[in-house]
Structure formats: structure tokens, C-alpha cells
Design a protein around this ligand. Structure first.
Ligand code: ATP
Ligand code: MG
Length: 428
């Protein structure tokens, strides 16, 4: 029997080699959010189960099959959050952020869904979520889309993603459409699969979302929500597309885009890519004007989206779009031979870090021969090794050995070292 305990399936470690790429992505996000005036909010990763049931909807894949739900020691039913919107609305309501004001918020963090793990689909995955409250018009919908488009530009992804749009209309319009849709499905009940038959009475819109190829032809002929919109939703959508066109954003209307969560109304959108196989949606969202009220607040419009961080990073890696500057660098590796020199090196390292705050200096710890230390210096990727041996110590000098260029070693007086390094670093 092996006594090694392993990680939970579908829940990944983020290794030191990968974390710089995540940090690069996170820096882009922070910068972007600041530029558009969005503030970060951090919610707990566990909530009362009722929060997700009431918001996402009982008859959805997430609530029916994917949630990590358990009783805590008090017997309360808790759930690891499968998404962030519900928590964000709860937090905003609970802290009075929606009272007589608009809000622009964002968050990032792990989400949990018990799905079949595969490339681009995990049981713990990460989202960046963006939400705005208190604004009814299509202008804020457009802002959200432009903000995401600017991120794709910054990351070099724009040529590889496509914007898909749909409108789900008002609740009333959707109810009328639902009847037309059910009639169509009933007329073709022979091609409905088991999942779809079950959904016919509970959530027929979701059948449109089915990826079953046997149902594709029947779904293509289904009545289109777009043709059943109420007047207000029609105008909202028309203004949205007009503004997107003015901003030069390409889109396609996908009448089958219904999203897997019940709280959406009017605008829904997804950014998709062909480069990741079937896990092609990298960002998805829409308007949810009824959700705040549903969770006990005053009627307050909301709109938002979430990006799948793993999928975006996979895409950046697949397309080789990670700039060299995203990787960590070491400028200088400080070696020391002998006990006295090692003690001095520790202090020298600290002095240099104080004098040159932008320099990345790694100190050799653990002793060893000159040769083995230089080997480590080389492996660190540093441009230069600093050499402090007993001779150097006695003469108050430090050696500078260049590891990446044909260049003579230099010998520099200790008190001139910081200035010399500053000059050398400015060369690169
Ligand atoms: P899918 O259709 O791929 O299951 P979804 O509609 O369930 O996606 P959302 O709930 O809209 O996804 O979540 C927003 C984004 O989060 C998705 O577009 C995707 O990029 C990412 N995402 C969702 N589920 C997972 C998962 N299990 N693993 C990794 N990323 C995920
Ligand atoms: Mg899903």
C-alpha cells in the first residue's frame, strides 16, 4: 500500500514554473479593472447551499449534478461556490453596496464543480468575474464587452476569439417563447434524448444548449428566441449591436446561446475560440435584471461575465503568446567560498538589495565548491555571478563573472560594487 496521499481528481497544483504566467495574466486584469473603474471584492469560497439553488436554478446542470455540497458540523448545508455571481450579489446586498448607487465590481478565485475532468475542464478551476449593478441600459453591456475585448487585445488573443451574442428577452417574452419551443419539441419527440425529455417540462430552453449531434437538425429548425422578443428587449439589443458596430467589435448572433444558469435575461454573450477543442468558451456572461430581487433585494439590474482562467492560460500557451518579460529573471547570483566569505556575502547581498531595489539577486546558500556554485549560478539564469572568496575578502574586492557573454571577468572594490552593477544592469 502506498502511503502517499494524492490530490483530489480534477484539482490541480499550480507549480512554480506556471505561476509566472498566472501572475502575468493577473497583472493584466488588475491594470484593466483599474482603468475602467472596477473595484475588487473578495467573497468566501463557501456559502449556504440555498444561495446557489435559488439563483442558478434547481433544474440546471450546476445545481443538479455539479455542486460540492456538504453538511457542516452544525448540520447546515454548505456548498463550495460553483461560480461567483450569486456570492457577489449576496455580498453586495448584505453590505449595502446596492442602496441608491451603481457599482462596478470584479473578483477572482477558485470555483468548484464536480464535472468530468479533461483538458480545459477541472473540478477546481478559476474565474475572473466582473459585475455591474444599477444600470438598465445597453451601454453597460457594451462596456463589459469592450473591456473584455481590450483584454484580448492586450494578451494578443483578439484574432483567435469570436464574440457570440443573443438576447433572452424579458421573463414574459421568454415564457411565451417557451410555449412555442415546447410545441416544436413535442412535434419531434422521437429525436429527443433522455436528458432533453426530462427538461421538456422543467427547463425546455436548456435543450437548445444540447451538444447531441442527433438532435442538431431538429434544433436548427426550432423557433428562435430572437423572433419572440418583447419590444423593450428588441430595442435594447438593437442599441447594443449598433454600439458594438460603432466600436468596431465583430460579433455573430447565436440564437441557441441560452447559458447554463437560470438568472439571465436580455443580453447574453460568450467569447469562444476554435483553438481549444470542445472546451471553447473562454468567457461568458450577460444581464440578470431579476437576480437581486430574487435574492431579497430591491429590483436592481445587473450584468456581468466570468472568464475561465485555465482556458485562457491554455490558449496563451497553445498560441505561444506569453512574452519573455512574464518569466522571472535573476540578474545576479552571489557566490561565496568559505565560512567568513559566506557570512560577509549574506550582508553584502542585503546591502546590494537596499542600494539597487530593481535588481534581482539570488544568494548562494549551503556552501560547496566554486565549480558547483557557478553551476547553480548558471542554472539560475543570472547574467552575472558575483564571486567572494577568501582572497577577495582580504583585498576588499569582488569578482564579477559574466555568464552569458564573452567578456573578461572584472574585479571591483566592495564600496564601488553597487555603482558598477547599476551601470552593468542598465546596459542590458
Ligand atoms: P461549459 O459550457 O464549458 O461547461 P459553462 O457555461 O458551464 O461552460 P460558466 O458557468 O458560464 O461556464 O463559466 C464561465 C467560464 O468559466 C466558462 O466559459 C469557462 O471558461 C469557465 N469554466 C466553466 N466551467 C469550468 C470548468 N469545469 N473548468 C474550467 N473552466 C471552466
Ligand atoms: Mg458547464
Amino acid at each position: 500500500m502506498s502511503n502517499k496521499i494524492q490530490a483530489i481528481r480534477g484539482m490541480n497544483d499550480l507549480l512554480p514554473e506556471q505561476s509566472p504566467v498566472w501572475q502575468y495574466f493577473e497583472r493584466q486584469i488588475q491594470h484593466l479593472m483599474q482603468r475602467y473603474g472596477y473595484s475588487e471584492i473578495r467573497m468566501p469560497i463557501i456559502e449556504q447551499t440555498a444561495l446557489f439553488k435559488r439563483s442558478i436554478g434547481e433544474v440546471t446542470d450546476i445545481v443538479e449534478k455539479e455542486m460540492y455540497t456538504f453538511d457542516d458540523r452544525n448540520g447546515d448545508s454548505l456548498t463550495l461556490r460553483p461560480e461567483g455571481t450569486a456570492s457577489c450579489v449576496r455580498a453586495a446586498l448584505e453590505n449595502g453596496l446596492l442602496y441608491n448607487q451603481t457599482q462596478r465590481l470584479w473578483y477572482q478565485g477558485p470555483m468548484f464543480r464536480h464535472e468530468r475532468p479533461q483538458k480545459g475542464r477541472y473540478r477546481q478551476f478559476h474565474q475572473v468575474g466582473v459585475e455591474a449593478y444599477g444600470m438598465y441600459g445597453p451601454d453597460i453591456d457594451v462596456e463589459m464587452i469592450l473591456l473584455s475585448a481590450r483584454l484580448w487585445e492586450a494578451l494578443g488573443l483578439m484574432p483567435h476569439v469570436q464574440l457570440e451574442l443573443n438576447s433572452l428577452g424579458s421573463n414574459e417574452a421568454r415564457a411565451a417563447y417557451r410555449d412555442a419551443l415546447v410545441a416544436h419539441f413535442e412535434a419531434h419527440s422521437d429525436v429527443l434524448d433522455e436528458d432533453s425529455r426530462r427538461r421538456l417540462s422543467t427547463n425546455p430552453l436548456r435543450i437548445l444548449d444540447s451538444k447531441n449531434p442527433d438532435m442538431a437538425a431538429m434544433l436548427a429548425d426550432a423557433p428562435r428566441l430572437m423572433d419572440h422578443l418583447d419590444e423593450e428587449s428588441r430595442v435594447h439589443f438593437a442599441e447594443l449591436t449598433t454600439m458594438l458596430e460603432a466600436a468596431g467589435i465583430d460579433y455573430v448572433i447565436n440564437p441557441r446561446l441560452v447559458r447554463g444558469l437560470d438568472y439571465y435575461s436580455r443580453t447574453v454573450f460568450e467569447w469562444t475560440t476554435q483553438a481549444l477543442g470542445s472546451q471553447g468558451t473562454v468567457c461568458a456572461g450577460g444581464r440578470y435584471d431579476g437576480l437581486v430581487e430574487q435574492l431579497g433585494g430591491k429590483p436592481t439590474p445587473g450584468v456581468g461575465f466570468a472568464m475561465g482562467v485555465e482556458r485562457l492560460i491554455l490558449l496563451l500557451e497553445t498560441l505561444d503568446l506569453i512574452p519573455d518579460t512574464a518569466r522571472p529573471r535573476t540578474d545576479v547570483y552571489l557566490t561565496a567560498m568559505g565560512d567568513a566569505a559566506s557570512r560577509e556575502a549574506m550582508l553584502l547581498g542585503e546591502r546590494l538589495r537596499s542600494d539597487l531595489p530593481d535588481m534581482h539577486l539570488q544568494l548562494h546558500c549551503g556552501g560547496g565548491s566554486f565549480k558547483s556554485q557557478i553551476k547553480k549560478a548558471d542554472k539560475s539564469g543570472a547574467r552575472m555571478a558575483l564571486i567572494l572568496g577568501e582572497d577577495e575578502l582580504a583585498s576588499g574586492q569582488v569578482g564579477i563573472k559574466f555568464l552569458r557573454e564573452e567578456r573578461d571577468q572584472e574585479s571591483v572594490a566592495l564600496d564601488a560594487l553597487a555603482a558598477r552593477l547599476k551601470t552593468l544592469l542598465a546596459e542590458a
